[in-house]
Design a protein around this ligand. Structure first.
Ligand SMILES: [Zn+2]
Length: 252
């Protein structure tokens, strides 16, 4: 009886490929592999085209290309229809902490702050703050692998009416204003940003600006997936070789 009830409540089909299985089948879970650097695939996070006034590159890791089964799974989780995806997706980010922890930390003292990218108020109210869940997972993983004290904090908010600025190739002055940090951070503390999907990188770049203006040192960003620009000839984002090839064809 209880088991039958469980089947009614929890979808029993993989959100990535639709096969009857767990929330995310073994093959689709394997697509969320070792984190790979991806800032150079984005418009706003990589090496600046126009020196010297622009910001330095932000080391950014993604676990997968945002396509195929990974895209299906992330969308299903964000929509609120598949809360059973929280476990496999946050576990993937928690595992990624080991690779991310290899960065050069600006200081070995003080707490490391893990900061989710800003989410809309409506999403928070609806209890679908998935980026917050990812940040919690990365925080757990970092604490376990580095032995450092890690705090997950949520000080970033989008400014009203900034949505269109983030979508467009806005000027850096506008981007810097698109996200604000509520209050000051401990001066010089190391901050890691977390997001679900990186596309142009505008939101993460504005988030990094806001954290720096509040006193933080932004050491990098971590996302579940990155949108590969068409024709970019990317990527070895690990995962099973054949599957990655198939996804790259899909992206093209
Ligand atoms: Zn699957």
């Amino acid at each position: 009886m209880l088991r039958a009830l469980g089947r009614l409540v929890l979808p029993q089909e993989c959100a990535g490929c639709g096969r009857p299985d767990r929330a995310l089948c073994r093959r689709c879970t394997a697509l969320l592999g070792e984190p790979q650097r991806c800032e150079e695939l984005t418009q706003h996070l990589g090496t600046p085209e126009y020196a010297p006034h622009q910001r330095p590159p932000l080391p950014t890791w993604a676990l997968a290309v945002y396509a195929g089964p990974v895209r299906h799974a992330v969308l299903a989780w964000k929509s609120g229809g598949r809360p059973d995806l929280a476990a496999p997706l946050t576990a993937a980010v928690e595992r990624a902490a080991g690779a991310v922890a290899q960065i050069e930390w600006p200081t070995t003292e003080g707490r490391v702050l893990v900061v989710p990218a800003p989410s809309g108020a409506a999403r928070r109210r609806a209890g679908r703050f998935v980026v917050g869940e990812l940040a919690d997972a990365l925080g757990r993983g970092l604490a376990a692998t580095t032995g450092r004290e890690v705090a997950v904090v949520d000080p970033l908010r989008r400014r009203e009416g900034s949505g269109h600025l983030l979508g467009a190739a806005a000027r850096s002055r506008d981007r810097a204003r698109a996200v604000r940090c509520r209050g000051r951070l401990p001066e010089g503390c190391a901050c890691l940003l977390v997001d679900d999907v990186v596309t142009t990188g505008a939101t993460l770049a504005a988030s990094a600006d806001a954290l720096r203006a509040a006193g933080g040192v932004v050491v990098g960003a971590v996302a579940l997936a990155v949108t590969a620009p068409p024709g970019s000839g990317v990527i070895d984002l690990s995962g099973p070789g054949k599957e990655t090839q198939r996804i790259l064809r899909e992206v093209d």
